[in-house]
Design a protein around this ligand. Structure first.
Ligand code: NAD
Length: 296
């Protein structure tokens, strides 16, 4: 069992850190908002007063943070955490950030003899709690092999996408598709409801038909159709609209760099930005259902 530092215990990081504790690791966690450490400490982790304290003597340092600028600020520019790390520590950054931010981190770490993998995740808060996340890893083969057993304590699928930044690239392709099929699912459900259908029955029908998809199956956006999902908890918890907009921004920036056409991605970002401006930034992204609801 390993000593693991864990930075960022928000919606995703807390259940991930708790699964590491359950797997028998010695977890030392830090978050800018100390009150968020409570459930992690109750599960058996130790609270750190600073990122450096969380990283001290760690074999693995996992971070789960909101954005690339925050990751760079923590490791390279402001907190300068890389300067405090041992070359024995493997950094596993699970945040969803631009491939460029991931490459910058890997380069700065490499200059100090420290190995890093980018390991963004798919599977949402439900997957983080259940320990069934998919990890999409970028980095050198040896670092990937070293990270794999730890990642398997938090997820059930671990992919090596390629060199540093490749994990992030694959992740943002996935999230662009997620945004598109969530919007399509919400639009179809509202059309059915507006024409007298029961959203539960319509969901069951589409799940056995060609409209079947992840948003419909495990993350139904219509309130009351599925237990336990954000739509049935006033769209609380889950994956914030603001974070989906961040990911769509990353996808469209990548599309610009490669001169790829991404009309559906552009439309999805435009709808999610409007939704955010309407006051839904902190709510789960499946709340896009309410954008289609004439009454909301
Ligand atoms: P969140 O906002 O709930 O958690 C982020 C945490 O980081 C917060 O607790 C915040 O206080 C902390 N933090 C911010 N800056 C910090 C710093 N400098 N030092 C220490 N802690 C700091 O977000 P989340 O939903 O847990 O998402 C985290 C990452 O995972 C994001 O990059 C997101 O895109 C990605 N992601 C989220 C989901 C999801 O369903 N929520 C799914 C896949 C990927």
């Amino acid at each position: 069992m390993a000593k693991v530092g864990f930075i960022g215990v928000g919606n995703m990081g807390a259940p991930m850190a708790i699964n590491l504790v359950k797997a028998g690791h010695d977890v030392v966690a830090y978050d800018l908002m100390p009150e968020l450490l409570k459930p992690v400490v109750e599960a058996g982790a130790t609270a750190a007063a600073s990122p450096k304290q969380a990283a001290e003597g760690a074999e693995f340092l996992v971070s789960m943070l909101p954005s690339g600028p925050i990751v760079e600020s923590l490791y390279i520019h402001d907190e300068k955490l890389l300067d405090a790390l041992s070359t024995e520590t493997l950094v596993i950054d699970c945040s969803t950030i631009a491939p460029e931010n991931a490459k910058n981190l890997a380069t700065a770490a490499g200059e100090r003899g420290i190995s890093v993998v980018d390991a963004p995740v798919s599977g949402g808060v439900g997957g983080a709690v259940a320990g069934t996340l998919t990890f999409i890893v970028g980095g050198e083969q040896a670092a990937f092999e070293r990270a794999r057993p730890l990642l398997e304590n938090m997820g059930k699928n671990v992919f090596h996408a390629g060199a540093s930044g490749a994990g992030q690239m694959a992740k943002i392709c996935n999230n662009m598709l997620l945004a598109v099929h969530m919007i399509g699912t919400a639009e179809a459900l509202q059309l059915g409801v507006d024409n007298g259908l029961d959203p539960k029955v319509l969901s069951e029908i589409m799940l056995q038909s060609s409209g079947r998809n992840w948003s419909l199956e495990v993350y139904n956006p219509y309130p009351g159709v599925q237990d336990g999902v954000p739509a049935s908890k006033d769209y609380s918890g889950g994956f914030q609209v603001a974070l989906m907009n961040k990911d769509l921004g990353l996808a469209l920036a990548a599309a610009g760099n490669s001169q790829s056409t991404a009309p559906m991605g552009h439309l999805a970002r435009s709808l999610f930005l409007q939704h955010q401006r309407n006051g839904w930034a902190k709510k789960d992204f499946s709340s896009i259902q309410q954008w289609f609801n004439k009454e909301s």
